[in-house]
Design a protein around this ligand. Structure first.
Ligand SMILES: Nc1ncnc2c1ncn2[C@@H]1O[C@H](COP(=O)(O)OP(=O)(O)OP(=O)(O)O)[C@@H](O)[C@H]1O
Ligand SMILES: [Mg+2]
Length: 251
């Protein structure tokens, strides 16, 4: 039996009169790849933001590895093993790809997550450089290490942002539209990475609009509409659901 890694109990979040999340209950199993889909404004990003503490829920509880994390702060979320990327890419454009990775690895070390390394020992920069190269190699960015990040293509910037999150060596990763606007070949690199992270025991939740992409990568799809889950299950079943089609295409 697989264990539950993340649990949301009755989580709500409103902005003025808009219920972005409406009494949400959700359990995510460890070592699975889960897609969140739903029309624009259905609450997908808000869901990632309440899990990662960028937003405080109005009601409800968030449990991670059996511990209540509802009141943690965003910087504590990385320490407990949750990594994320953003709908609008966040990297440091004016430094190189390698420097972007080294900063992420340093942060992982400081927060004690870098493969269980002791944060009080000084590791050689060589060791970090090797790790950065290894991680970049997983998504075909090894030839770009000396490029300024701002010179990368959109897809390459997305890959870099994802690998900066992976450098934290978290247990749970939340990716907000990682494959939006990238070429199919880059999307394949992203999804192959997700599959290999899963093999390593990681859990992935990603937001995606493209149905083919969802089917290609996710084993479970959770559909949000107006802050509520309207369908949840295997992609081949959920994507044929009449309520889901109506929410997306208006009937
Ligand atoms: N910081 C905020 N202030 C005010 N309203 C917000 C804020 N964040 C989200 N909302 C509102 O909450 C609702 C859910 O927004 P959210 O960004 O979670 O949707 P989404 O599903 O990620 O949409 P998209 O597919 O466009 O990214 C929307 O009505 C949005 O306008
Ligand atoms: Mg969004």
């Amino acid at each position: 039996m697989k264990e539950i890694i993340l649990k949301l109990i009755n989580v709500s979040k409103s902005f003025g009169g808009v219920k972005a999340l409406d009494s949400l209950n959700l359990e995510i199993m460890r070592q699975t790849i889960n897609a969140i889909i739903g029309p624009n404004g259905s609450g997908k990003t808000t869901l990632l933001n309440v899990i990662t503490k960028f937003l405080k829920p109005d009601t409800g509880k968030i449990i991670f590895h059996g511990k209540d994390i509802t009141y943690l702060l965003p910087h504590q979320i990385a320490c407990i093993g949750i990594g994320r990327t953003f709908q609008i890419i966040r990297i440091f454009p004016q430094i190189t790809v390698m420097e972007n990775m080294l900063l992420a690895l340093e942060r992982g070390k400081v927060e004690g997550l870098f493969f269980g390394l002791n944060p009080f020992i000084k590791y050689s920069s060589k060791k970090f450089e090797e790790k950065a190269k290894e991680l970049l190699g997983k998504v075909g960015l090894e030839d770009k290490i000396n490029e300024l990040a701002e010179n990368l293509s959109h897809g390459e910037r997305r890959l870099l942002e994802i690998m900066r999150a992976v450098a934290l060596n978290a247990d749970l990763y939340l990716f907000d539209e990682p494959a939006a606007g990238v070429f199919p070949e880059v999307r394949t690199r992203i999804f192959n990475l997700f599959k290999s992270l899963k093999e390593e025991g990681k859990t992935i939740i990603f937001v995606e609009h493209n149905m083919d992409a969802v089917q290609e990568c996710a084993e479970r799809v959770i559909v949000l509409d107006k802050g509520k889950i309207i369908s949840d299950g295997k992609p081949e079943i959920v994507l044929k659901d009449k309520g889901v089609i109506k929410a997306y295409f208006g009937g």
